[in-house]
Design a protein around this ligand. Structure first.
Ligand SMILES: NC(=O)c1ccc[n+]([C@@H]2O[C@H](COP(=O)([O-])OP(=O)(O)OC[C@H]3O[C@@H](n4cnc5c(N)ncnc54)[C@H](OP(=O)(O)O)[C@@H]3O)[C@@H](O)[C@H]2O)c1
Length: 257
């Protein structure tokens, strides 16, 4: 039996931070088959620019290929349009990396709750539901929900856990706790059909989530390299974390709920 030429992976919020780094790790991975990464972003201009920059960055080391498409997780039509594109062009999806997030710490409570829940919970759930039929057509499908240790109620109750010491972060934390539950329900309902679902904390890494100034991208110089998160995601797709399906994993283990 011949192997498929590429494993098809779709990443939401791929134009920066963890999504961009994961695109880079997958497009240069020395696995067989290699990856075709569908980088999506809510701004087509931004994701197209990110794809062009990445192609230049990896020109000597690329093993896989990239496509850039517009997808706003809060816009059902854009999610459906991309699912239609994947169906027509590939017929299936091997991995969904549900990565896009809003890290709002708006001073208004209701505003930040709405922003975080619309994108991080409702948007992610809609994306998972829309792409699931395509994942179930893969012989080895993965559904990865990029979450956070900040969504662990146990960890959150331990003093001194937050290296960034950020205020107004209850909306973000609550959205990630809710995301973990939605992920768990997908695992419960679909793992018997062969779908490997897990939530993954990328760790505290340099990104635009907290803001775009240098200090917010890397508070106190303590944030790590998002490439490490991409490598953890590659490990999941290589089957190294299959025993952790249904859990909230990080690079070295599993977080408590
Ligand atoms: N960085 C960390 O320390 C850290 C720690 C734990 C968990 N995480 C998680 O890692 C994931 C990636 O975040 P990041 O740190 O890489 O932050 P980031 O650089 O801000 O990336 C987030 C991405 O999501 C996109 N996005 C926001 N709203 C969207 C929407 N409605 N539809 C589609 N895309 C949207 C952003 O697009 P725009 O560029 O257009 O805004 C951006 O591409 C998130 O799930 C985050 O919660 C990060």
């Amino acid at each position: 039996m011949s192997l498929p030429a590429f494993r098809i992976v779709l990443i939401t919020g791929a134009n920066s931070g963890v999504g961009y780094a994961t695109s880079k790790v997958l497009a240069t991975a020395t696995t067989t088959p290699s990856f075709h990464v569908i980088m999506t972003g809510r701004s087509f201009e931004k994701v197209q620019k990110a794809k062009a920059e990445l192609e230049q960055e990896i020109s000597a080391t690329a093993t896989g290929t990239l496509t850039a498409l517009q997808l706003d997780v809060t816009d059902a039509k854009s999610v459906e349009d991309v699912a239609k594109y994947v169906k027509e062009n590939h017929g299936h999806l091997d991995a969904l990396i549900n990565n896009a997030a809003n890290g709002s710490r708006d001073s208004d409570l209701v505003t930040r709750l709405r922003l975080c829940f619309d994108t991080n919970v409702i948007g992610a759930a809609l994306v998972a539901q829309t792409f699931r039929p395509l994942l179930l057509k893969s012989s080895n499908p993965y559904s990865i929900w990029v979450s956070s240790g900040a969504g662990s109620i146990k960890l959150s109750s331990e003093p001194g856990r937050d290296p960034a010491n950020l205020d107004n972060d209850e909306a973000y934390r609550a959205s990630k706790a809710a995301l973990n539950m939605v992920m768990q329900c997908e695992h419960r309902d679909w793992h018997k059909k062969g779908l490997k679902t897990l939530a993954l904390s990328p760790g505290f890494v340099v990104s635009n989530l907290r803001g775009t100034s240098e200090e917010m991208r890397n508070p106190g110089g303590k944030a790590g390299d998002p490439i490490v998160a991409g490598q953890t995601i590659l490990g999941v797709l290589e089957g190294k974390r299959d025993d952790d399906a249904g859990k909230l994993v990080h690079k070295r283990g599993v977080y408590p709920w």
